[in-house]
Ligand binder design. Structure first.
Ligand SMILES: Nc1ncnc2c1ncn2[C@@H]1O[C@H](COP(=O)(O)OP(=O)(O)O)[C@@H](O)[C@H]1O
Ligand SMILES: [Mg+2]
Length: 258
Protein backbone atom coordinates (compact mmCIF):
# COMPACT_ATOMS: atom_id res chain seq x y z
CA UNK A 1 0.00 0.00 0.00
CA UNK A 2 1.31 3.42 -0.98
CA UNK A 3 0.22 6.39 1.10
CA UNK A 4 0.44 9.91 -0.28
CA UNK A 5 -0.65 12.97 1.67
CA UNK A 6 -1.56 16.10 -0.27
CA UNK A 7 -0.69 19.17 1.78
CA UNK A 8 0.12 22.85 1.63
CA UNK A 9 -0.41 25.43 4.34
CA UNK A 10 -2.40 27.50 1.90
CA UNK A 11 -5.99 27.10 0.76
CA UNK A 12 -7.17 27.04 -2.83
CA UNK A 13 -3.95 25.69 -4.34
CA UNK A 14 -5.48 22.52 -5.78
CA UNK A 15 -5.00 20.02 -2.94
CA UNK A 16 -8.44 18.43 -3.15
CA UNK A 17 -8.34 18.49 -6.94
CA UNK A 18 -4.95 16.75 -6.88
CA UNK A 19 -6.23 14.04 -4.52
CA UNK A 20 -9.34 13.40 -6.63
CA UNK A 21 -7.52 13.55 -9.97
CA UNK A 22 -4.70 11.18 -9.01
CA UNK A 23 -7.10 8.90 -7.12
CA UNK A 24 -9.33 8.81 -10.20
CA UNK A 25 -6.45 7.90 -12.51
CA UNK A 26 -5.28 5.15 -10.17
CA UNK A 27 -8.85 3.84 -10.05
CA UNK A 28 -8.98 3.91 -13.87
CA UNK A 29 -5.97 1.57 -13.75
CA UNK A 30 -8.00 -0.76 -11.46
CA UNK A 31 -6.02 0.12 -8.36
CA UNK A 32 -7.99 -0.02 -5.10
CA UNK A 33 -8.00 3.55 -3.82
CA UNK A 34 -8.92 5.03 -0.46
CA UNK A 35 -9.32 8.80 -0.12
CA UNK A 36 -9.25 10.31 3.36
CA UNK A 37 -10.64 13.77 4.00
CA UNK A 38 -8.79 15.39 6.90
CA UNK A 39 -9.93 18.93 6.11
CA UNK A 40 -12.71 20.28 8.38
CA UNK A 41 -14.06 22.13 5.33
CA UNK A 42 -14.90 18.72 3.91
CA UNK A 43 -14.35 19.66 0.27
CA UNK A 44 -13.40 16.11 -0.69
CA UNK A 45 -16.45 14.80 1.16
CA UNK A 46 -18.69 17.31 -0.64
CA UNK A 47 -17.04 16.45 -3.94
CA UNK A 48 -18.55 12.97 -3.71
CA UNK A 49 -21.93 14.40 -2.68
CA UNK A 50 -21.85 13.71 1.02
CA UNK A 51 -22.73 16.54 3.39
CA UNK A 52 -20.02 17.17 6.03
CA UNK A 53 -22.67 18.86 8.19
CA UNK A 54 -24.95 15.82 8.21
CA UNK A 55 -22.69 12.77 8.42
CA UNK A 56 -22.82 10.88 11.71
CA UNK A 57 -19.58 8.97 11.29
CA UNK A 58 -16.37 10.35 9.88
CA UNK A 59 -12.62 10.44 10.27
CA UNK A 60 -13.37 12.29 13.52
CA UNK A 61 -14.17 8.90 15.10
CA UNK A 62 -10.49 7.97 14.86
CA UNK A 63 -9.75 10.62 17.46
CA UNK A 64 -11.77 9.23 20.37
CA UNK A 65 -9.11 8.00 22.79
CA UNK A 66 -11.39 5.39 24.37
CA UNK A 67 -12.29 3.78 21.06
CA UNK A 68 -10.24 1.00 19.54
CA UNK A 69 -9.22 1.50 15.90
CA UNK A 70 -10.15 -1.87 14.43
CA UNK A 71 -11.79 -3.33 11.33
CA UNK A 72 -15.26 -2.92 12.79
CA UNK A 73 -14.87 0.79 13.41
CA UNK A 74 -13.27 1.38 10.01
CA UNK A 75 -16.04 -0.48 8.18
CA UNK A 76 -18.46 2.04 9.60
CA UNK A 77 -16.37 5.00 8.48
CA UNK A 78 -15.63 3.97 4.91
CA UNK A 79 -18.11 5.19 2.27
CA UNK A 80 -18.44 4.29 -1.40
CA UNK A 81 -18.05 6.98 -4.08
CA UNK A 82 -19.26 7.44 -7.65
CA UNK A 83 -16.23 5.36 -8.69
CA UNK A 84 -16.36 1.63 -7.82
CA UNK A 85 -12.59 1.54 -7.23
CA UNK A 86 -12.59 4.50 -4.84
CA UNK A 87 -13.68 4.45 -1.20
CA UNK A 88 -13.57 7.43 1.11
CA UNK A 89 -13.33 8.19 4.79
CA UNK A 90 -15.21 11.50 4.97
CA UNK A 91 -14.77 14.59 7.12
CA UNK A 92 -17.41 16.26 9.24
CA UNK A 93 -17.38 19.89 10.22
CA UNK A 94 -16.93 18.69 13.84
CA UNK A 95 -13.29 18.13 12.89
CA UNK A 96 -12.79 21.84 13.38
CA UNK A 97 -13.09 21.35 17.15
CA UNK A 98 -10.46 18.65 17.19
CA UNK A 99 -7.43 20.91 17.53
CA UNK A 100 -8.80 22.30 20.78
CA UNK A 101 -9.88 18.91 22.13
CA UNK A 102 -6.63 17.09 21.51
CA UNK A 103 -4.37 19.69 23.13
CA UNK A 104 -2.16 17.82 25.58
CA UNK A 105 -3.44 14.36 24.58
CA UNK A 106 -0.50 12.13 23.86
CA UNK A 107 -0.22 9.98 20.75
CA UNK A 108 -2.98 11.70 18.79
CA UNK A 109 -0.57 12.24 15.91
CA UNK A 110 -0.68 8.62 14.80
CA UNK A 111 -4.41 7.87 14.64
CA UNK A 112 -4.57 7.84 10.84
CA UNK A 113 -1.38 5.77 10.62
CA UNK A 114 -2.96 3.25 13.00
CA UNK A 115 -6.09 3.05 10.86
CA UNK A 116 -4.03 2.47 7.73
CA UNK A 117 -2.18 -0.38 9.38
CA UNK A 118 -5.53 -2.12 9.78
CA UNK A 119 -6.43 -1.43 6.13
CA UNK A 120 -3.09 -2.25 4.54
CA UNK A 121 -4.29 -5.29 2.59
CA UNK A 122 -7.50 -3.64 1.46
CA UNK A 123 -6.10 -0.83 -0.70
CA UNK A 124 -3.26 -0.25 -3.15
CA UNK A 125 -3.20 3.55 -2.75
CA UNK A 126 -4.31 5.94 -0.05
CA UNK A 127 -4.50 9.66 -0.72
CA UNK A 128 -4.97 11.97 2.23
CA UNK A 129 -6.38 15.44 1.69
CA UNK A 130 -5.23 17.72 4.48
CA UNK A 131 -6.24 21.09 5.91
CA UNK A 132 -4.21 24.22 5.20
CA UNK A 133 -3.25 24.69 8.86
CA UNK A 134 -0.50 23.04 10.83
CA UNK A 135 -2.20 21.13 13.63
CA UNK A 136 -3.07 17.65 14.75
CA UNK A 137 -4.81 16.81 11.46
CA UNK A 138 -1.90 17.79 9.25
CA UNK A 139 0.50 16.02 11.60
CA UNK A 140 -1.61 12.87 11.20
CA UNK A 141 -1.55 13.18 7.42
CA UNK A 142 2.22 13.65 7.29
CA UNK A 143 2.94 10.92 9.84
CA UNK A 144 0.85 8.38 7.93
CA UNK A 145 2.29 9.09 4.52
CA UNK A 146 5.30 7.73 2.68
CA UNK A 147 5.49 10.53 0.15
CA UNK A 148 4.05 14.01 0.23
CA UNK A 149 2.48 15.89 -2.66
CA UNK A 150 2.59 19.66 -2.37
CA UNK A 151 0.48 21.53 -4.94
CA UNK A 152 1.85 25.04 -5.44
CA UNK A 153 0.08 27.76 -7.32
CA UNK A 154 2.37 29.32 -9.89
CA UNK A 155 2.39 32.81 -8.44
CA UNK A 156 4.72 34.82 -6.25
CA UNK A 157 2.65 34.73 -3.03
CA UNK A 158 2.22 30.98 -3.27
CA UNK A 159 5.99 30.56 -3.37
CA UNK A 160 6.20 32.43 -0.10
CA UNK A 161 3.56 30.14 1.40
CA UNK A 162 5.63 27.18 0.28
CA UNK A 163 8.42 28.19 2.66
CA UNK A 164 6.12 27.51 5.57
CA UNK A 165 5.29 24.05 4.27
CA UNK A 166 8.98 23.26 3.80
CA UNK A 167 9.68 24.25 7.41
CA UNK A 168 6.92 21.89 8.51
CA UNK A 169 8.45 19.04 6.49
CA UNK A 170 11.82 19.68 8.13
CA UNK A 171 10.22 19.66 11.55
CA UNK A 172 8.45 16.36 10.83
CA UNK A 173 11.66 14.83 9.51
CA UNK A 174 13.49 15.53 12.73
CA UNK A 175 11.04 13.10 14.39
CA UNK A 176 10.93 10.44 11.67
CA UNK A 177 13.21 7.50 11.06
CA UNK A 178 12.44 7.32 7.34
CA UNK A 179 12.54 10.81 5.86
CA UNK A 180 9.36 12.15 4.34
CA UNK A 181 10.09 12.86 0.68
CA UNK A 182 7.98 15.28 -1.32
CA UNK A 183 7.03 16.35 -4.82
CA UNK A 184 5.96 19.86 -5.76
CA UNK A 185 3.09 20.04 -8.21
CA UNK A 186 2.76 23.45 -9.89
CA UNK A 187 -0.95 24.23 -10.36
CA UNK A 188 -3.19 26.86 -11.98
CA UNK A 189 -0.50 27.48 -14.57
CA UNK A 190 -1.25 30.00 -17.29
CA UNK A 191 1.65 30.43 -19.67
CA UNK A 192 0.15 33.67 -20.97
CA UNK A 193 0.86 35.27 -17.59
CA UNK A 194 4.51 36.38 -17.30
CA UNK A 195 4.42 36.21 -13.48
CA UNK A 196 3.32 32.57 -13.68
CA UNK A 197 6.12 31.76 -16.12
CA UNK A 198 8.71 33.29 -13.81
CA UNK A 199 7.23 31.57 -10.73
CA UNK A 200 7.51 28.24 -12.53
CA UNK A 201 11.08 28.99 -13.57
CA UNK A 202 11.95 29.74 -9.94
CA UNK A 203 10.42 26.45 -8.79
CA UNK A 204 12.49 24.54 -11.35
CA UNK A 205 15.67 26.31 -10.29
CA UNK A 206 15.17 25.86 -6.59
CA UNK A 207 13.65 22.38 -6.53
CA UNK A 208 15.01 20.51 -9.55
CA UNK A 209 14.68 17.17 -7.75
CA UNK A 210 11.22 17.70 -6.31
CA UNK A 211 9.30 19.32 -9.12
CA UNK A 212 6.69 17.06 -10.70
CA UNK A 213 6.90 15.67 -14.23
CA UNK A 214 4.23 18.10 -15.47
CA UNK A 215 2.51 21.36 -14.61
CA UNK A 216 -1.26 21.52 -14.07
CA UNK A 217 -2.74 24.24 -16.27
CA UNK A 218 -5.81 26.32 -15.45
CA UNK A 219 -8.62 24.08 -16.70
CA UNK A 220 -12.30 24.75 -16.04
CA UNK A 221 -13.11 21.05 -16.53
CA UNK A 222 -12.02 20.50 -12.92
CA UNK A 223 -14.90 22.66 -11.77
CA UNK A 224 -17.38 20.83 -14.01
CA UNK A 225 -16.18 17.44 -12.75
CA UNK A 226 -16.56 18.50 -9.12
CA UNK A 227 -20.09 19.75 -9.76
CA UNK A 228 -20.93 16.32 -11.17
CA UNK A 229 -19.20 14.41 -8.37
CA UNK A 230 -17.10 12.35 -10.75
CA UNK A 231 -13.33 12.17 -11.04
CA UNK A 232 -11.94 14.48 -13.76
CA UNK A 233 -10.62 11.55 -15.84
CA UNK A 234 -14.02 9.81 -15.74
CA UNK A 235 -15.54 12.95 -17.22
CA UNK A 236 -12.97 13.90 -19.85
CA UNK A 237 -9.70 12.07 -20.30
CA UNK A 238 -8.43 14.38 -23.02
CA UNK A 239 -8.68 17.69 -21.17
CA UNK A 240 -5.27 19.35 -20.58
CA UNK A 241 -5.64 19.25 -16.77
CA UNK A 242 -6.20 15.50 -16.74
CA UNK A 243 -3.39 14.98 -19.24
CA UNK A 244 -1.06 16.83 -16.84
CA UNK A 245 -2.07 14.62 -13.91
CA UNK A 246 -1.45 11.54 -16.08
CA UNK A 247 2.14 12.66 -16.63
CA UNK A 248 2.53 13.57 -12.96
CA UNK A 249 1.30 10.14 -11.90
CA UNK A 250 3.70 8.45 -14.30
CA UNK A 251 6.55 10.46 -12.75
CA UNK A 252 5.46 9.48 -9.24
CA UNK A 253 5.31 5.82 -10.24
CA UNK A 254 8.85 6.04 -11.67
CA UNK A 255 10.23 7.62 -8.56
CA UNK A 256 8.65 4.97 -6.31
CA UNK A 257 10.27 2.25 -8.46
CA UNK A 258 13.75 3.80 -8.33
N1 LIG B 1 -5.95 23.56 -12.43
C1 LIG B 1 -7.13 24.14 -12.13
N2 LIG B 1 -7.75 24.95 -13.02
C2 LIG B 1 -8.92 25.54 -12.73
N3 LIG B 1 -9.58 25.37 -11.56
C3 LIG B 1 -9.02 24.55 -10.63
C4 LIG B 1 -7.77 23.90 -10.86
N4 LIG B 1 -7.46 23.18 -9.75
C5 LIG B 1 -8.46 23.37 -8.88
N5 LIG B 1 -9.41 24.19 -9.40
C6 LIG B 1 -10.61 24.70 -8.74
O1 LIG B 1 -10.20 25.68 -7.80
C7 LIG B 1 -10.88 25.54 -6.57
C8 LIG B 1 -9.88 25.26 -5.45
O2 LIG B 1 -9.23 24.03 -5.71
P1 LIG B 1 -9.08 22.93 -4.55
O3 LIG B 1 -8.52 21.71 -5.19
O4 LIG B 1 -10.36 22.78 -3.81
O5 LIG B 1 -7.98 23.63 -3.63
P2 LIG B 1 -7.57 23.32 -2.10
O6 LIG B 1 -8.00 21.94 -1.79
O7 LIG B 1 -6.08 23.49 -2.06
O8 LIG B 1 -8.25 24.34 -1.26
C9 LIG B 1 -11.91 24.44 -6.80
O9 LIG B 1 -13.11 25.02 -7.17
C10 LIG B 1 -11.33 23.63 -7.95
O10 LIG B 1 -12.35 23.01 -8.74
MG1 LIG C 1 -9.25 21.28 -0.26
Amino acid sequence: MQVWAVANQKGGVGKTTTAVSLGGLLADASQRVLLIDLDPHGSLTSYFKYDPDELETSVYDLFQPEREIDKRLLERLILPTSNPHIDMIPATTALATLERKTVGQEGMGLQVAKALRVLKDQYDYVLIDSPPVLGVLMINALAASGHLLVPVQTEFLALKGLERMLRTINMINRARKRKLTYSLIPTFYDRAVPAAVSALRELHQRFPEQISAAVVPVDSKFITASAKGVTPSAMDLSTPGVQAYIRILRGLAERSRS
